[in-house]
Design a protein around this ligand. Structure first.
Ligand SMILES: Nc1ncnc2c1ncn2[C@@H]1O[C@H](COP(=O)(O)OP(=O)(O)OP(=O)(O)O)[C@@H](O)[C@H]1O
Ligand SMILES: [Mg+2]
Length: 306
């Protein structure tokens, strides 16, 4: 198995503030590696170091075998980077953007045009080739940013919140493209605050205050011993039930989940106590049932509410 990213004690300080605190991880080729964490936890700072944009303060990182501190320019040429709030020019059309990026990566002539046509098709932008980027709906702006990121066929791409502010259908279509790319062998490191998207990742790491506090496959994270027991409560008045139970001493956390409630308990022994408290409340809730926690439950338990 080839390693696309190897980070060892990677650290970034801004003055005395430690934004990324000695994190170590490997990303294998062809993996979709998801990076989760609350605002300000250090996700973008890590990605910027890996993309050769920001120098590490300490530690080491290799991307596609290249040391990011020693040769950041070589890294930039080999990877694709879709930055957070990625930059497009409102007064350039879709086609003009792609031609600009083709030029930047030295893909002129027929090869460049063929790639542009192929990527416009793949991202559903062909019909909009002459529209100004500023006039595109949000989902299409993200697709254009992705096409610009992929035009030079990088082996590894870094996507920093690529679907922020995008509607659910467009997000799903965007993720179809990401999954296809990974199937074709592209390595993907991606950040998101949408935990439904994190289910598409092969590996996840949760960052908190610059440190990785949990990692593993989405499935393995749902079975971390520290999560205790998660139960679901069905009720017509979930908000009322939430208010009634969240201050109970044995409730470690509770939140709305779809049309039900998920409650974190220290152990299965607390299920009966919760059931008794619910029955006494007179709110008409169903008895609590054990469930596999969602990634939202895991996130809330490990790093606080998203
Ligand atoms: N150039 C900078 N100078 C000083 N502090 C910075 C700089 N860049 C980032 N930081 C700080 O480092 C911390 C981590 O920021 P970062 O942007 O990496 O977080 P993030 O996890 O990407 O957050 P978000 O989910 O909001 O995008 C924050 O406290 C931020 O204010
Ligand atoms: Mg960020």
């Amino acid at each position: 198995m080839t390693t696309s990213v190897r980070a060892e004690s990677l650290t970034r300080r801004f003055g005395s503030f430690v934004a990324v605190d000695a994190i170590s991880f490997d990303i294998h080729a062809g993996e979709i590696w998801g990076f989760l964490g609350p605002n300000g936890s250090g996700k973008s700072t890590t990605i910027r170091m890996l993309c050769g944009v920001l120098a590490p303060s300490d530690g080491k990182a290799e991307v596609l075998g290249i040391d990011v501190a020693r040769d950041p320019e070589a890294v930039k040429l080999r990877i694709g980077y879709m930055s957070q709030g990625s930059t497009l020019w409102g007064d350039l059309t879709v086609l003009e953007h792609l031609r600009f990026y083709a030029g930047l990566y030295g893909m002129s002539g027929r090869d460049g045009e063929q790639r542009i046509v192929a990527w416009m098709q793949r991202t559903g932008l062909s019909e909009r080739r002459d529209q100004l980027a500023g006039a595109l709906p949000g989902g299409y702006r993200k697709r254009l940013a992705l096409a610009c990121t992929l035009l030079h066929a990088p082996q590894m791409i870094f996507l920093d919140e690529p679907t922020a502010g995008v509607d659910p259908v467009s997000r799903r279509e965007f993720w179809d493209i990401i999954v296809e790319l990974a199937d074709e062998g592209t390595t993907v490191m991606v950040t998101t605050h949408y935990l439904d998207e994190a289910e598409h990742c092969n590996q996840l790491a949760m960052l908190y205050n610059g440190k990785i506090v949990a990692r593993g496959t989405p499935e393995s994270l749902k079975h971390l011993p520290q999560l205790g027991t998660t139960v679901e409560i069905l009720s017509d008045d979930c908000v009322g039930v939430l208010e009634a139970i969240e201050t109970l001493p044995f409730v470690r956390g509770a939140g709305l989940y779809g049309s039900s409630l998920h409650v974190a308990l220290a152990s299965a022994a607390d299920i009966e106590r919760l059931g008794a408290a619910l029955a006494a409340s007179g709110l008409g809730a169903q008895p609590p049932q054990p469930v596999v926690p969602s990634l939202e439950d895991v996130f809330a338990s490990v790093v606080g509410s998203p």
